[in-house]
Design a protein around this ligand. Structure first.
Ligand SMILES: Cc1ncc(COP(=O)(O)O)c(C=O)c1O
Length: 350
């Protein structure tokens, strides 16, 4: 018999297919990452940190939370840095929910919500997204009960790329005042849509964000939570004092000093690459979910063949099945040249 809780032993690990990928060997369109290297000043800051013999010291975070808060237009005490937004998700769910309580996690969505909710042994209710209507607003409202302790709104949602309107989020927050409303704004820079300005008015709103995507720094792991100052104080009681590594703070400090580098990339992805790829899909009659993000969930007739063909040309995309079991390919977009390469390679198999 295991020494661990039986429901944890029975779980499966979240094992995304990360091994063997490399930016010099592949065009990486499978993990919604930035497809270009980070700003040179970020690399220099990290090298300087190492050369200054700071590796042997425990982390100290200085004013990084205040600097990120300025970038987000919130107060410094409304923000907490975390080890990737995954840690923010985990801290919120662990801190808000007790075993046996209910979590509403619309599906399909990013795997970590389910993973953490299962660890906490919550009863998970999963209203379904649909291609035509996106987020299941009414179904979520319908299942809110006294036992609801968590509602996840992934905005935009991964893998569907769909967005939830601000008024719908606030309606749900008002309808479930005793539940934590976890709004995951991981892809915020691509959409510029946020409810960060509403955290004082809606004390159950908790927003997670990250430097993993647009900013191109998933390897160093820095995310953050935005909420009212009382919630942030409580969450800081749970986060460890060194959970965020110092190199991440050094890198993000340098990245924030040069936001133009990131803004330029976002502009190219959203204004050039994405419309170009949508035109391609439309012209070939390939089905896809309308997306507001930097990735598109496509449903070609022969997804396995296309995935293999792209892979044989060193382009990686991510198979993701929909609710009916039909395989789609979630594809994130890079710059113009990379998108042209994707389209040319795909065209050869049609
Ligand atoms: C919706 C969503 N939230 C959170 C994350 C995790 O981000 P982080 O690297 O900050 O933990 C991802 C990563 O794919 C994601 O798609």
């Amino acid at each position: 018999m295991s020494i661990f809780k039986s429901h944890i032993v029975q779980m499966e690990a979240y094992n995304p297919p990360l091994e063997g990928r490399g930016p010099h060997d592949h065009l990486l369109l499978d993990f919604n990452e930035r497809t270009l290297p980070v700003c040179p000043s970020v690399k220099e800051a990290m090298i300087d940190f190492i050369q200054a013999d700071r590796l042997q010291c425990y982390p100290s975070y200085g004013n990084i939370a205040a600097k990120i808060a300025r970038y987000c237009n919130v107060e410094a005490d409304q923000l907490m840095i975390t080890n990737g937004s995954d840690q923010g998700i985990e801290l919120i769910i662990r801190s808000a929910c007790r075993e046996g309580e209910e979590a509403i996690i619309p599906r399909p969505s990013f795997a970590m919500y389910q993973q953490v909710a299962r660890v906490e042994n919550l009863n998970i209710i999963e209203p379904a997204y649909s291609k035509d209507n996106g987020f299941p607003r009414q179904a979520v409202l319908d299942v809110i009960s006294d036992k609801t302790r968590l509602i996840v709104i992934s905005n935009p949602n991964n893998p569907s790329g769909t967005i939830v309107a601000r008024e719908d989020i606030l309606e749900i927050a008002a309808a479930a005042p005793n539940a934590a409303i976890l709004v995951d704004e991981c892809y915020f820079e691509y959409t510029q849509q946020t409810v960060a300005d509403a955290v004082e008015q809606y004390p159950n709103l908790l927003i997670t964000r990250t430097f993993s995507k647009t900013w191109g720094l998933p390897s160093v792991r820095l995310g953050y939570v935005i909420s009212n100052s009382e919630n942030i104080r409580a969450l800081l009681n749970v986060r460890g004092p060194y959970d965020v590594n110092q190199l991440a703070v050094v890198a993000i400090d340098a990245a924030l000093s040069n936001p133009g580098y990131t803004e330029q990339y976002v502009k190219e992805v959203m204004e050039v690459s994405k419309p170009m790829f949508e035109d391609f899909l439309n012209s070939k009659g390939i089905d896809y979910w309308p997306s507001v993000a930097n990735f598109i969930w496509t449903f070609p007739n022969n997804p396995d063949e296309i995935e293999k063909h792209l892979r044989s040309h060193h382009i990686l995309v991510r198979p993701k099945a929909d609710d009916s079991g039909k395989t789609g390919l979630r594809i994130n977009l890079g710059n113009k040249a990379q998108t042209e390469s994707l389209i040319q390679t795909w065209s050869r198999i049609i």
